[in-house]
Structure formats: structure tokens, C-alpha cells
Design a protein around this ligand. Structure first.
Ligand code: 5AD
Ligand code: SF4
Length: 424
């Protein structure tokens, strides 16, 4: 989501005549687009801000802007900690970026705008995309779920869906410009459509996007397990362009912890949704997020999480140590755990998942997969692409195939990528 916000900022700045540079040392302006989901992201931001101080000392005309969730969270407090900052604006203020820059250029004092724009989700914003084949498309902003550990609803505001006609127009344009894949973005895409006049649902939207010429693949993140409906499962099964891959964050395998997290589903509900998905779409690739060391998480709770991983056998996992976030309900819970316990649990979880991912990847050896070739592999010499299940595959082939969908036989499998050969 932040990467896509950065693409929008670049689009706005380019449309006022700016152009990007590869090194901050040669820039007239640097924007730090920040994340506040965990404390680590925040620490990274403050150390980066410290580095920019010396750059500004060497070039006093350099303008430094702070955007994103930390900007929203801290507002003008950032200026007392870092007086070298010139601009602060939040994630729902991006549409005003050009105006803010003009304001800053005409006055000496810093410009702070974190008021948010209630019409942001209806605005058309220029986008300079980082990729030529695959595009992010926001379909909604904000979140109404208030999971007790999460700062997002406080910083990105209430859930607002973009109008389906605006989304379809954006994707149609991408199809005309040669894009092959879109990823529909939202904190909770399954509840898309709340508050829209025509009550378009997420499966309705998938159907509309599936029909757009030129686009070959449709993905989406993120799905909240509670809102994963039968209609969505059927849409994944029936719509040919919708890839068989779902990121379905479980967060914990313990119903007790899930209740304390305010996730509004239990362990059994999650397992039931996975069963339904797999019954309808047996080849579905599933990934998940887990937080270890949530306040009050016992050894038994953690064991339930490990057992859930063994039972579901996800294709991939993003695991995080619980991190205290300002203003969230979990801060006030009893039983905050020491770092060492969180670290031990994280390591244990990752070890289990690494084995499962390797085994699942190995199961693909000998199968034929559809790959969208998207560029050269980092290792060099080969091309790289993704399966419909979103697994990276390296293969020897001519660069003329970049941007094509090809059939590939998988010959080798590691934890992070697969290797294959083009089918005749
Ligand atoms: N601490 C640790 N992880 C968190 N996440 C969200 N908030 C926190 C937090 N306070 C994780 C969740 C979410 C992912 C994007 O980040 O697992 O799904
Ligand atoms: Fe945060 Fe929960 Fe919303 Fe995801 S669904 S953004 S974890 S509050």
C-alpha cells in the first residue's frame, strides 16, 4: 500500500514538472513515506531522518518531507524532534501534495497537513508506476476492524470504497497500456462496497475486472478471514483471470488470543474457511500473517499456532513479534511478554514454516505451471516470473518472452524460488 502511495506521489510531482533522481544527494526534495505498523519501521524512519540532516547541512535548499502513517501519527511533533523537516502530510492528504509543495516554496516555516481529505477515495490521482507489467490498484482505503494490536484504523481512517466505475476505468487504461496483471489493494478487500450507492460487492468487482481486455491476471490483498464469503470463493473458482492465491492472515491459532485480538473468528472458523477454499479450488496457494507474543499468549496458545501451521500447510508466512502501538487497545492488556520469548517463538514458527514451504514447493516438481515472465532473475542468466500461486520461477529463455504468459515445467524447488523449463 505504501509503495503504491509513493507511486501516486511521484505521479503528482511529475505532473508539476519534477523528475525522480536515483540518489538523495542530488535531490531538491526527499520524501520519506513512512510506515507505523510496528515499532521497528518507526525506528528505521528516525535513523533515516538523522542521515538526511547531514545532507541538508551540505545543501540548505534541500526540502525534506515526511509522508505516510508516522506523519499522520506524529503530525507537528516530528518538527520538535527533527527541525530540519519542511513538510509533514498524511496518507489521505496525498491529493494535495502539489499545493503543499507550492505553499512550502513560498514560505520559510514548515507545512504540516494531516487533516485528511474526506473525498480522497473519489479523486483521480496521477500515478507513475514502478513496473510496466504489474500494477497496484487501490480499491478502498482505511479499515473499520480495530484489531486490538493494530494502529491502521487510527491512521488511515474509516473504510471508504472507491467507486467501481473509477476502478474499472483505471484498470481498462492499464490494459490498453500493456499491463498484464493487477493487484487490487485494500486493508480488507472482502468488505469492499460498504457505503457505495450501488452496493457493488467484492466478487462483483472481481467479475468486472476479470472482463477487462489485456489484463491476464487479477490478484488482491488483503482478505480478512471473517469476511471471506462463499461468493468470493466461487468467484476465485469461476473467474479465469483471478489467480488461485489468497493471503489470509490468521494472526494466531488460539481462539482465546484471537478473541483478545478482536479478530471476530475462532481457530475452527479459520480452518473451516480454508477447507471450503480448498474444496472449491484445490490448487489454491495460501499465505498468512502471524503475530507472536501477543499480550497474555501462553505456551499452550503458541502451540496451537504451530499446530495450525502444520494443519493448514500454508505456502508462505509473514511472522512478526507483537509490537506496542500508540493508542491501541492491546496496550492496556495484562501479560505483555519479554522480547526473548517473542524472539524464541518467532524463530520456532519460521523454522516450522520453512520446512512446510520447502515441502510444498517440492510437490510442484514435475508439474506444469502458467508463468507470467516479468524480467531477468537477480542471479543473472535467466528470466524470472510468477506462477498463478505467486511463486517465483527462474527459467532459461529469451528476453523476447518478457511480458508473456508461458507454460513451464518445474524441475527444481527451493524455499524461495522454483526452477523450470519452457514446455515445447
Ligand atoms: N505488532 C506486530 N505485528 C503487527 N501487525 C499489525 N500490527 C502489528 C503489531 N502491533 C501485522 C499483522 C498484519 C500485518 C500487516 O502486520 O500480522 O496482518
Ligand atoms: Fe489492522 Fe485488523 Fe484492519 Fe488489518 S483488519 S488493517 S490488522 S485493524
Amino acid at each position: 500500500m505504501n509503495e503504491h502511495d509513493s507511486e501516486r506521489m511521484t505521479g503528482i510531482l511529475e505532473s508539476r514538472g519534477c523528475s525522480p533522481v536515483s540518489d538523495a544527494a542530488g535531490a531538491d526534495m526527499v520524501i520519506l513515506n513512512t510506515c507505523s505498523i510496528r515499532e521497528k519501521a518507526e525506528q528505521k524512519f528516525y535513523s533515516e531522518l538523522g542521515r538526511l540532516k547531514s545532507l541538508k547541512a551540505a545543501n540548505p535548499n534541500l526540502k525534506i518531507a515526511v509522508a505516510g502513517c508516522i506523519a499522520q501519527q506524529e503530525g507537528s511533533n516530528i518538527l520538535s524532534r527533527a527541525p530540519h523537516v519542511d513538510m509533514v502530510f498524511g496518507p489521505s492528504d496525498i491529493a494535495r501534495l502539489s499545493t503543499l509543495v507550492t505553499q512550502k516554496l513560498s514560505k520559510k516555516c514548515p507545512v504540516v497537513d494531516t487533516a485528511g481529505d474526506p473525498e480522497y477515495h473519489r479523486k483521480r490521482i496521477p500515478v507513475t508506476r514502478a513496473d510496466k507489467l504489474k500494477a497496484w490498484v487501490s480499491i478502498m482505503y482505511g479499515c473499520d476492524n480495530f484489531c486490538t494490536y493494530c494502529v491502521v484504523p487510527y491512521l488511515r481512517g474509516r473504510e471508504r470504497s472507491r467507486r467501481p466505475e473509477d476502478i474499472v476505468e483505471e484498470v481498462r487504461d492499464l490494459g490498453l497500456r500493456g499491463y498484464k496483471e493487477v493487484t487490487l489493494l485494500g486493508q480488507n478487500v472482502n468488505s469492499y462496497g460498504k457505503g457505495l450507492d450501488d452496493r457493488t460487492t467484492f466478487p462483483d468487482l472481481l467479475r468486472m475486472v476479470n472482463d477487462i481486455p489485456g489484463i491476464e491476471r487479477v490478484r488482491f490483498v488483503t482478505s480478512h478471514p471473517r469476511d471471506l464469503s462463499e461468493a468470493l470463493i466461487n468467484a476465485i473458482r469461476d473467474l479465469p483471470k483471478v489467480c488461485e492465491a489468497v493471503h489470509l492472515p490468521v494472526q494466531s491459532g488460539s481462539s482465546r488470543v484471537l478473541a483478545a485480538m478482536n479478530r471476530r473468528y475462532g481457530r475452527e472458523d479459520y480452518l473451516e474457511k480454508v477447507r471450503k477454499l480448498r474444496d472449491a479450488v484445490p490448487q489454491i496457494a495460501l499465505t498468512t500473517d502471524i503475530i507472536v507474543g501477543f499480550p497474555g499468549e501462553t505456551d499452550e496458545d503458541f502451540d496451537l499456532t504451530i499446530r495450525l501451521l502444520e494443519e493448514v500447510r500454508h505456502d508462505g508466512l509473514f511472522a512478526f513479534k507483537y509490537s506496542k502501538r500508540p493508542g491501541t487497545a492491546a496496550l492496556k492488556l495484562d501479560g505483555h511478554l519479554p522480547e526473548v520469548i517473542k524472539e524464541k517463538r518467532l524463530e520456532q514458527l519460521l523454522t516450522v514454516q520453512k520446512r512446510i514451504t520447502a515441502e510444498k514447493n517440492r510437490d510442484l516438481i514435475g508439474t506444469t505451471q502458467e508463468i507470467l515472465i516479468d524480467g531477468f532473475s537477480k542471479k543473472g542468466g535467466t528470466l524470472t516470473g510468477r506462477t498463478r500461486g505467486n511463486k517465483a520461477v527462474n527459467l532459461p529463455a529469451s528476453s523476447a518472452l518478457i511480458g508473456s504468459l508461458v507454460r513451464v515445467r518445474i524441475t527444481r524447488a527451493g524455499v524461495n524460488s522454483l526452477t523450470g523449463q519452457l514446455c515445447e
